[in-house]
Write a protein that binds this ligand. Sequence first.
Ligand SMILES: Cc1cc2nc3c(=O)[nH]c(=O)nc-3n(C[C@H](O)[C@H](O)[C@H](O)COP(=O)(O)OP(=O)(O)OC[C@H]3O[C@@H](n4cnc5c(N)ncnc54)[C@H](O)[C@@H]3O)c2cc1C
Length: 436
Amino acid sequence: MAAGDVLTDDFRATPYWWDLAPRPEDEGVAPPAEAEVAIVGAGNVGLSAALTLARRGRGVVVLDAEAAGHGASTRNAGYLGRQVWYKYGDMVPKLGRERAARVCRAAIDAHDYAASLIEREQIACFYRNTGRFIAAPSKRVFDGLARDLAMMQDDGVPVDAEMVEPEAAPPAYRAGRYHGGQTLRGNGVIHAGLYHAGLLERAARDGARIVGHCPVQAIEREGGAFRVFTARGTVRAGHVIVATNGYTPKAAQWLRRRLVPVDAFMIATEPLAEDRIERIAPGGRPMVEHCYSPCWIRPNEDGTRILFGGLSAEPPAGLARKASFLRDAMVRIVPELEGVRISHCWTGKTAFTFDMLPHTGSHDGVEYAMGWCGSGVPMGTYLGYKTALRVLGDPESGTVFDGRPFPTKPFYTGRPWFLPLAVAWHKRKDRKLFRG
Ligand SMILES: Cc1cc2nc3c(=O)[nH]c(=O)nc-3n(C[C@H](O)[C@H](O)[C@H](O)COP(=O)(O)OP(=O)(O)OC[C@H]3O[C@@H](n4cnc5c(N)ncnc54)[C@H](O)[C@@H]3O)c2cc1C
């Protein structure tokens, strides 16, 4: 198939979100020699922490190896969820019902914190409370979703959801592939680039210094403080927060060994007719498959395009070819998108942990918040804020994630050589789920 049949003439191998929220230019500045707090990583998490600290009058510098927002914070799908990726039925045997319920409540708190931050700060990021449709690959999965929902409700988790029988599912998903699913109310969507840009602007306005293109090369303890070595000079800081998630560098090797970075891919379609988009995502409601290696579909911020994505173990080479591969996957789910051309294809790194939970804490005095397991937009914003509160010694900093060991595996160095095997295993499990 010729590229012109798949890609628009103005195809870009950069995130769709960057069209409205471009990356900031490199101003060539060096970081300050001293700061009360140095934050490594200028994604949503680093900026949420920076905003909290700057508002309380702390001298903050945020250092990023690339332009601020180069990472997943401006590459994600923009789902502002009220739940973690970890399925309740899988979580309960590992954590027990009481703790699993507290994790689910924390996810709701995270959503509510991020949504209220958007409102309070007037961040113009097209936030919409659309709810979310969870597509069940088979009757067995549908029944499992219903069981998990009942168990969560029994355990006092204020989840607002209802099961959707196959005949009531959005028309585009009715024809065979799924057995209905679940509507999760209260979930939102945002324009990922504008959300990050809003946080960046608010943090800088309140005095945080944001220094891009300034990779941190090492972090060393010096008495009760730290020396943070960067490509553009050394910062002496009283506290350090590492917020690098899927991009965690060797300079934070203890953390790197605890994260499994996974490439996720997304495409945007060319502009489509409104009624077509409304058939696919009624009311602008996004969809996610309920399986181990899911795909997701949502309209863009003004309902003129479809955005589609999924996880992959393949290296992110050849985004034009990847666009064609993803378009085929999208058409298998929504046949009426056959022939639609793709205007953007991009990739980003998200990070999973060995216990499938996010982590925040401190190691050798260095604070961290990471391991979002696919739900970092709300959870990262929230735990970035909580991490800042911990630095401030504020008793409100506590979360259900405190004091938990951050597991790794023997000989794991942060390079997930096993990922193709893990993905193959998940795909096998998914084939079984789809068979019912
Ligand atoms: C395609 C895709 C879709 C996703 N969709 C969703 C979604 O819809 N909803 C959701 O909740 N989550 C989603 N996620 C996950 C979510 O985007 C991330 O969990 C979240 O944005 C991570 O934010 P962060 O600030 O922790 O890290 P990032 O935004 O990844 O930022 C880390 C930063 O660290 C910097 N860095 C790395 N090394 C150094 C160094 N040596 N010195 C200084 N800086 C360094 C990087 O340059 C980067 O800017 C998705 C992820 C991807 C990739």
